[in-house]
Design a protein around this ligand. Structure first.
Ligand SMILES: *Cc1c(COP(=O)(O)O)cnc(C)c1O
Length: 224
């Protein structure tokens, strides 16, 4: 039941992380109907995150309650034009050329975009993003682009049963986030944590979590 899930999560998720920062809950809405997304928003969800450009376009006008819009999926440069001006925060800038195109197309349209740099923290072949070791260099290149504001970092932890390893990875993300923020006051968000690992992520300093299953239940890949 979506309403109960949202209600329970809003109670369970701490308002602040151990660093005293507000924790933002983003509902990951891939494969959910507009009706179900609207139920979640009516129940108290303030931020929603899409993975697929087509889904976002199909449902964009059907979402009520004016939630903040996040884009959390892999983005092809030829689809940027459909998102410009519609997305409050892009979490998944995982390639230099995506950043360059987002800046170029944004500049042409008069839109400056807020973005996060995606880090492949588990060094997994199946995931996008930059290696943590490359992050500072990547940040410098992307921060120089005219129509982008770098607002922080995003990561997906590996599926992993070794909690200590998860904590170490999350901790290393937080350390990099702190390092960037010490030099750039616009760095604000560490987007890290999904349904299976959000508690660990908040404990290690995440201030933005993206939950799908915990809100909507198991995804039905036949529904849409
Ligand atoms: C689907 C998705 C989530 C949410 O995953 P759950 O395990 O269902 O909470 C979070 N972030 C991204 C990038 C996703 O694609």
């Amino acid at each position: 039941m979506i309403e109960t899930n949202v209600e329970n999560l809003l109670k369970e998720i701490p308002e602040k992380n151990p660093f005293g920062e507000k924790v933002t809950l983003v509902a990951a809405v891939k494969l959910q109907t507009a009706e179900d997304i609207n139920r979640a928003v009516a129940a108290g969800i303030t931020d929603i995150g899409d993975n697929h450009v087509q889904e976002l376009r199909d449902k964009y006008c059907q979402i009520e309650g004016n939630p903040k819009r996040h884009f959390i999926g892999r983005l092809q440069t030829n689809k940027i034009k459909y998102l410009l001006g519609k997305v409050d925060l892009y979490h998944s800038v995982d390639r230099i050329n995506l950043a360059e195109e987002l800046s170029k197309k944004g500049a042409a349209a008069g839109v400056t975009s807020d973005i996060l740099i995606q880090i492949n923290i588990g060094n997994e072949e199946t995931k996008g993003g930059f290696l943590l070791e490359a992050c500072t260099e990547v940040y410098k290149r992307i921060a120089d682009l005219p129509a982008l504001h770098v607002k922080g970092l995003m990561a997906m932890l590996p599926i992993e049963h070794d909690e200590e390893r998860l904590r170490r990875l999350a901790e290393s993300m937080r350390a990099k986030f702190d390092e960037l923020r010490a030099a750039d006051k616009n760095i604000e968000y560490l987007s890290m944590g999904m349904s299976g690992d959000w508690k660990i992520c908040i404990e290690q300093g995440s201030n933005m979590i993206r939950l799908g299953t915990a809100i909507f239940g198991a995804r039905n890949y036949n529904k849409i």
